[in-house]
Structure formats: C-alpha cells, structure tokens
Design a protein around this ligand. Structure first.
Ligand SMILES: Nc1ncnc2c1ncn2[C@@H]1O[C@H](COP(=O)(O)OP(=O)(O)O)[C@@H](O)[C@H]1O
Ligand SMILES: [Mg+2]
Length: 238
C-alpha cells in the first residue's frame, strides 16, 4: 500500500482513435500542492477527467487513499472527498451566487451549508457582496471564485483545478492563486492543471510537465522554474 493520496500509474486514455494519454504516472501526497503544466492540447484536462472516469483509463490504474478508483462511477468520486473546478468554470449562470454554492454541497448534504457558505464569503468577499446576483452576470474572476467556492462546499480532501487562471487579468490570477495557498494551508490537498506555468510553478511544491500526452519532466516547483527546457517552452525563454 502506497502513502500517496492520489496515485496515477501508467495510464493510457483515448477518445476513439485519438490517444490523449500515454503511460502517464504521477502522484500527489496529502498536504501538497502539485501542478501539471503543458501546452494547449497536451492532455491536461483529459488527465483530470480520467480521475472522474470520463474518459476512462484503458491501461494502468488510479488510486485514491490506497483504493483503486479507476473504474468507479463518477458520482461516487465526489463522495470520496475529491472535488473539481472544471475548465471554463461551469457555474450555473441562471442561479444566484448563493444557490451555486448550495449546489456544491450535493455530495455531502447540507448539514454544514450555512457555516461553509460564510467561510466562502470570508475567503471571497466579492461573492458575499453579490450573493443574490445571478452567477452569469459575474465577471470572469468572480465566476472563478464562485467555481472554487462551490467545489469547497463539498469539504474535499483533494481539490482538482483545471486552468483557473484562463482568460483572467494578471491581478485576478494572482488573487485566485493566492487563495489556493490559503486553501492548502487549511488542509486541502491541491492538484492544479495550468498553462500559466510561471504562476503555477511558483505556487506548487512539485510539478509535472505533460507533452503530447506523456510526462516529460517532473521536479519541485523551483527545479522546474529554472529548467532550461521549461524556460524555453513555457516561460517565454526568460
Ligand atoms: N471530447 C474529445 N473528443 C476527441 N478528442 C478530444 C476530446 N477532448 C480532447 N480531445 C483531444 O485530446 C487531446 C488532449 O486534449 P486535452 O486533454 O483537452 O488537452 P489540454 O487540456 O492539455 O489542452 C487533444 O488532442 C484533443 O484534441
Ligand atoms: Mg484543458
């Protein structure tokens, strides 16, 4: 039995004839912030989605807290304490901010709903100001805060995020990524997928680089930040 919270071992995944992941192995230990960086189309979202079983890994296995979850039903993953902030946020635009947060409690029930909602309002005061506003009218950054808050309402032990910085202004990106630091400090393990390598590697304890569906490099955030290949390909050569 391994000590990893999340262990992905030699998985393949495909969409019909298109193979998106090849022999991918990576792991996340409890309490870590781990990032996966890679260019558009590298397979980052696919890797996150295989944890929820769509698409399924066709080879290898995925274990969570030592338990094989490679083939379990998607709705069961949430009950195990894994929550995801999907690419593009996927908030419910016609619902209010508060209603979106309540939706996040679905995997665990509403026992802690009011307490946790207040915590989200402390973490993201802008959401409190806009609690009765329809989510579709929020700015991109506010929608991202809401997507993160909604995911946290299920009290996850492991939070997966797919490119939370996408399309946001630099100042908001900084704010969002700083909130991830706070979330981690409060005991939630974080697996962050990002194209924004610079910010992600500064935040993360460890990182992996995905190229064309394969893990090319791994190391601490600091090691990857100074790696010549990473600098040339993902940090604009600076
Ligand atoms: N639903 C899908 N059907 C077919 N091919 C897909 C689908 N989703 C992604 N792909 C392909 O899988 C590869 C990896 O995509 P993706 O995981 O979305 O990459 P990333 O998130 O790194 O941008 C790409 O070649 C993409 O075109
Ligand atoms: Mg993606």
């Amino acid at each position: 039995m391994s000590d990893y919270m999340l262990e992905i071992h030699q998985i393949d995944a495909s969409y019909g004839p298109i193979q998106a992941l090849r022999n991918v192995s990576m792991n996340v230990s409890e309490g870590e912030i781990v990032t996966l960086i890679g260019a558009n189309g590298a397979g980052k979202s696919t890797l996150l989605m295989t944890i929820f079983g769509s698409p399924r890994a066709s080879k290898g296995y995925i274990k969570y807290q030592g338990r094989d979850i490679t083939n379990i039903a998607m709705h069961e993953v949430g009950r195990l304490g894994i929550a995801q902030v999907p690419e593009g946020r996927r908030i419910f635009p016609a619902m209010t901010v508060e209603e979106n947060l309540i939706m996040g409690t679905l995997p665990i029930g509403d026992e802690h709903m009011e307490e946790d909602r207040e915590k989200m309002f402390v973490m993201f005061p802008r959401l409190k100001e806009r609690r009765n506003q329809r989510a579709g009218t929020l700015s991109g950054g506010e929608q991202q805060m809401l997507a993160i808050g909604r995911a946290l309402m299920s009290r996850p032990k492991l939070l997966l995020l797919d490119e939370p910085s996408l399309g946001l202004a630099p100042l908001i990106v900084k704010q969002i990524l700083n909130s991830l630091r706070d979330i981690a400090a409060q005991g939630t393990t974080i697996f962050l997928v990002e194209q924004n390598a610079n910010h992600a590697l500064r935040l993360a304890d460890r990182g992996y680089v995905l190229v064309n569906g394969e893990i090319r490099l791994s190391g601490t955030g600091e090691e990857l930040l100074v790696n010549p290949e990473v600098r040339a390909a993902y940090l604009g050569g600076h």
